[in-house]
Structures are given as C-alpha cells and as structure tokens.
Design a protein around this ligand. Sequence first.
Ligand code: ATP
Ligand code: RIB
Length: 311
Amino acid sequence: MEKRILVVSSANMDFVMNMRTIPSAGQTLIDNGSYRFIPGGKGANSAVAIRRLGGDCVFCTRLGNDANGALLSNLYKKEGIDTRFIARDDNNATGLAAIMVEENGVNRIVVYPGANLAITSDDIDNAMTCYPDALFMQLEIDPEAIIYAANCASKAGVPIFIDAGPATKAFPLDRLPPLEVFSPNETETEIFTGISPSSPENCLRAAIALSKIVNAHYYVIKLGGRGVYIYDGLYYHCLPAYDTKVVDTTAAGDAFTAAFTLEYLRSGDVERAGKYGNAVGSITVSRAGAYTSLPTANEVAGFIKARGIKL
Ligand code: ATP
Ligand code: RIB
C-alpha cells in the first residue's frame, strides 16, 4: 500500500510575470514579456507532486469562498488528492502570490496569504483522523497551526517532515516537537543560522548550527543547482544536482521535499531519497510555473533511466 502523507499547508493562485529584468524601487518598467495565472502555493505544489509521484495525499488547507478557491479545489480533486479536509473560508480570500520570473529563471515572490492564515486547530484535528503515515508542512501558514499540527502528530507517533520555506527569524522553532526531517533552502538556512551554506565546510557548519535550534533526525539543506546536503548529527551526504537548462525555479523546493519525503517513507534510505528529490527538482526547474512544472512518476523514471542514475 502507498504511504499516506497528510499535507497541512498553503494553497495559492500564482500571478506569474515573465520579464527580462525586474524594476528597481520607484521605477516603472515596460517589458513586453508575458503573464499567466498558474495554481501554486507551497503546500499545494507539494501535495500535487506527492500525488503525481504515486503517493496517497491528504491535503488540509483553507481556500476562500471565491472563484480561485473553486478552481483550485476542483483541480486538486482531479489530481486525485483527498480534499475532504480542505475548508472554504467566508471571511478570507484564497491566497495569491505575485511572482516575477527573470530570463535566467530566477524568481521573486510576494505572497498574500488570505485564507491560509485561518487554518484552525479543528481543521487539523479533523484531518488527523485520516491515519497518515507522515505529516508534511511548510511555514506558509499560521505558526500556531504548525506547532499544533506537529504536536498532534508527535502524540500520535506520526513522523513529521518540515520544509522550512518561507523562513522568518521569528518562527518559534524551539516549540516544535522532534522531527524526522527539517529541510531549508540556502536562504532559509542563512536566516535561521546566520551561516550561508556556500561551501561543503559551511554546509557542515550550518547543519550543526541547525541541529542546535531544531531537533530533527535529518537536516536536508537544498542547495539549488548544487543539489542537496543531508546531515544526521554524525554523518553527511552531499548529493550533486542533475544538470539541466533552467527555465523557472518556482516550486523546485516544494517538489524536491515532497519527492524526498515520499521516497524516504518508501525506502527508509536518505541517500536514495536525496537522489530522487534531485531528479524531481531538476525536471521542475526545466519547466515554467508551479503546478505546470511538477513531474509524474513515469517522467521521473524516464529521467533516471536516461541519465543512468543509480538510486
Ligand atoms: P524555490 O525556487 O521553489 O523556492 P528552493 O529555493 O526552495 O526552490 P532549491 O534549492 O532552489 O529550492 O531547489 C530545490 C532542488 O531543486 C535542489 O535541491 C535541486 O535538486 C533542484 N534544483 C534547483 N535548481 C537547480 C538547477 N539549477 N539545476 C538542477 N537542479 C536544480
Ligand atoms: O514555492 C513556490 C510557491 O511559493 C509559489 O507557488 C507561490 O504560491 C509561493 O507560495
């Protein structure tokens, strides 16, 4: 039976603008690029990734009672996600992210969280009745909801996987129960530790610093085009990324951590999970948008075979 992952996290509609260069402060720039509305949100991206990779995914989030909420809810159902624990909120609009993507694929994102910030302890209690094999969260919802869900999972003996995006120094990491995995990207690592994981030596320094502020079995630092660094308090693995032409990095981190979590639950092998996550991340950055860039299990299998990757 496939692993059931409960995602308690965010859902957004992304307003994506593709442009040659971003405007500086106070500047109005006319750029004949393109714009699109694409489903996104860190939690939704990971939920869709888990499903497309063959996992059983239960998604707990809040959407507004508006057109975007209706559209996203239908889309998740079509993906085969269990949507019973998605609440519709009369008082808050569906989350929206404004994303600027430059020609080199680098993005800048501002999120209006809306209904995402209104996820309640009742929403979480209801969702926990699905008997998950793991709880997966990011930091894009109310910190109190994250701490509450983590404590529920911990009491039920459910392993907890946290993707640390987006990070703020103010997030109360010390209130989290012991985690299975804590996974920040480079910027998030620097925000939490003050150390940029810019070299193998700095990765180790940063991972040790993380281990002093969050109790986790594994620290999984996403390094963009350099791959991933995994530390368990004693040993580390440095797994290089798979080279590709970068179109848009949006959702690469969400897809990586989703794939890592699923493959780790399946195999119990962090190195295998890291390589699988790198393959999924590499495919994701080679395509535009969030929802539109997430690969299926067959696509990943094809990528692994074509590159001769030994998991
Ligand atoms: P996001 O852009 O969604 O915020 P992130 O910053 O959280 O992503 P990254 O570290 O940029 O996460 O990317 C996640 C994973 O995607 C990496 O660990 C790697 O596996 C893959 N990846 C990212 N950038 C590249 C790249 N240039 N080439 C190949 N793989 C990449
Ligand atoms: O990680 C990418 C996501 O961050 C986007 O889809 C956007 O909605 C923001 O949540």
